[in-house]
Design a protein around this ligand. Structure first.
Ligand code: GRF
Length: 212
């Protein structure tokens, strides 16, 4: 069974969706860079060991990433999952976990990399928005995509309303991505592309606003 470490910085709702999805893996630790992250309590309630590696205790990004990697490696992680982890990681860290490091991002990448994705989606007037799970590479929010979910943007949306609609889908696609990785049904190829042995399903188109 693969050993999975989850990194968080905040409330941890995506982490919780993973812990509660009955995935074929062992969650060996939840690590936060913030001691007051709400998600730490949720992890403890699930009986998962927690650790805090504060970025404030380290002189620079490189030192923080080294300390973080040491803790991750002490759990012999096969997979490292960024679930609302709000730190930019250095290239050596990202390369150390090549093909084992994934992130969830609240937009349909490559649109709206970075922060304030829902505000920016509303500002641009896009009619379809969503979320993405991807492998992490040194360039922020631009790694190979594993799975995406799309939601309509509605006339009366506020960033909060849109964010809630997207978050519901994050909680569906994130466990799915981790399940595939744990079962080795999806992996990162040596050419840097995502490979899978799963059959694709054509599914239905999301048209927004609707046609009628
Ligand atoms: C989520 O929207 C995630 O996509 C982004 O940060 C947010 C974290 O929320 N990376 P939570 O801590 O998982 O509730």
């Amino acid at each position: 069974m693969k050993k999975v470490v989850i990194l968080i910085s905040g409330r941890g709702s995506n982490m919780q969706s993973l812990l509660e999805a009955k995935l074929p893996c062992e969650f060996v630790a939840v690590i936060s860079n913030k001691a007051d992250a709400g998600g730490l309590k949720i992890a403890q309630q699930h009986g998962i060991p927690t650790a805090v590696v504060s970025h404030r205790d380290h002189a620079d990004r490189a030192a923080f990433d080294m300390a973080l990697a040491e803790v991750i490696d002490s759990y012999q992680a096969d997979l490292v999952v960024l679930a609302g982890f709000m730190r930019i990681l250095t290239t050596p860290f990202v390369e150390r976990y090549r093909g084992k490091l994934i992130n969830i991002h609240p937009s349909l990448l490559p649109s709206f990399a970075g922060i304030n994705t829902h505000e920016r989606a509303l500002q641009e007037g896009v009619k379809i928005h969503g979320c993405t799970v991807h492998f992490v590479t040194p360039t922020l929010d631009s790694g190979p995509i594993i799975i995406q979910a799309a939601v309509p943007v509605l006339r009366d949306d506020t960033p909060a309303k849109l964010s809630a609609r997207v978050l519901r889908e994050e909680h569906r696609i994130f466990p799915q991505a981790v399940r595939w990785l744990c079962r080795e049904q999806v992996w990162l190829n040596s050419d840097g592309r995502v490979a899978t042995n799963r059959l694709e399903q054509p599914g239905a188109a999301l048209i927004s606003p609707g046609l009628s």
